[in-house]
Ligand binder design. Structure first.
Ligand code: AMP
Length: 145
């Protein structure tokens, strides 16, 4: 039996290519209780049949949507929409208004990393991470002609 205090309540905003992938892997742990929010219902089709969390079709920029998702009780909010401005706004609302202890945001444009850092929002720069990994593979194989 899982004790309530062992469970992590995770809200993922954006059930696109990134959010759904993350939800499907986080969902493999019985300790994670997950709610997915996406403004487009069709996005939830990316979730695997074993996904046991909840889905909410709504625009996460609206305060009442986050309230409905019980964001105040969340341990983690991950913001993964495809728009940096949307992500920064939602991340700030979750952090400043609802005091969520851990808020992590997807960052598409790496040149904006500093802005997020100044606002105290943790980011994962998907573009920068991909470039680093591409470079690592190219560098590692440089002598294999
Ligand atoms: P992707 O780029 O494939 O990771 O998809 C991004 C996802 O974010 C899409 O499924 C969009 O419908 C979703 N999305 C974009 N803006 C919002 C928003 N304001 N609220 C909820 N979901 C959103």
């Amino acid at each position: 039996m899982i004790h309530k205090s062992e469970e992590r309540y995770i809200i993922i905003i954006g059930c696109g290519r990134l959010g759904a992938y993350l939800a499907n892997s986080l969902g493999e742990s019985k300790y994670n209780s997950i709610v997915m929010i996406d403004k487009n219902e069709i996005s939830f089709e990316r979730l695997t049949t074993t996904f046991s969390g909840f889905t909410l079709e709504a625009d996460a920029l609206e305060l009442e949507v986050l309230t409905k998702a019980k964001v105040k009780e969340a341990d983690v909010v991950v913001v993964t929409t495809n728009d940096d401005n949307t992500n920064i706004m939602i991340a700030q609302i979750a952090k400043r208004i609802f005091n969520v202890p851990m808020v992590i945001s997807r960052l598409i444009d790496p040149s904006r990393e500093r802005v997020y850092a100044e606002l105290g929002i943790d980011t994962i720069s998907t573009t920068a991470l991909s470039a680093i990994e591409f470079k690592r593979i190219i560098d590692e194989n440089r002598w294999q002609k």
